[in-house]
Design a protein around this ligand. Structure first.
Ligand SMILES: Cc1cc2nc3c(=O)[nH]c(=O)nc-3n(C[C@H](O)[C@H](O)[C@H](O)COP(=O)(O)O)c2cc1C
Length: 142
């Protein structure tokens, strides 16, 4: 329990507007972690070229404000809010922002997921996006 804070999670996907290299991601993560620590936001960012998917956990108002700021970042567009929900406890409490980068070849057996990826249809499949984020919740790439 976190006192009177209404704990909340928000998941979105987006599409990178340009080629993203590791240095971009490292800079983005350093800034994000510093900000999120101060705001008591936890979560996970996944980059599945060219898609970003992210879960933010924290106080409802703070998470929404941060999401609005993130939505305006020119590194990405087509930002789709795919899921938001009050939560009892954090799933990503280890990370002020965990991170992983995966290639579609990672899912060689996951036909369903590959179809979703090819058709840019993550918005219609929130469950799959959440499962994907959950798969990486115990590790961070950098
Ligand atoms: C995919 C993506 C995810 C982001 N995630 C976060 C985040 O979790 N926390 C954060 O503070 N900024 C995040 N940002 C960066 C924000 O868009 C924004 O640049 C930053 O919050 C501004 O911080 P500043 O006002 O302290 O300079 C993200 C940006 C992108 C493109």
């Amino acid at each position: 329990m976190e006192g009177r804070v209404s704990l909340y999670c928000l998941v979105f996907t987006s599409v990178a507007t340009r080629k993203i290299i590791d240095e971009d991601l490292k800079r983005l993560l350093a800034k994000s972690r510093q900000n999120n620590l101060a705001l008591n936001i936890t979560g996970m960012l996944l980059y599945l070229d060219p898609y970003f998917m992210q879960i933010l956990e924290g106080d409802e108002r703070i998470v929404h404000e941060k999401f609005n700021i993130i939505s305006n970042n020119e590194m990405h567009h087509k930002v789709s809010l795919i899921y938001k929900q009050p939560i009892e406890e954090r799933s990503f409490s280890k990370w002020t922002m965990g991170f992983n980068k995966i290639g579609i070849e990672y899912f060689e057996d996951a036909e369903n997921l590959i179809e979703i990826y090819k058709n840019d249809a993550f918005k219609k499949h929130p469950k799959e996006v959440i499962e994907l984020l959950e798969m990486f919740k115990d590790e961070t790439l950098f």
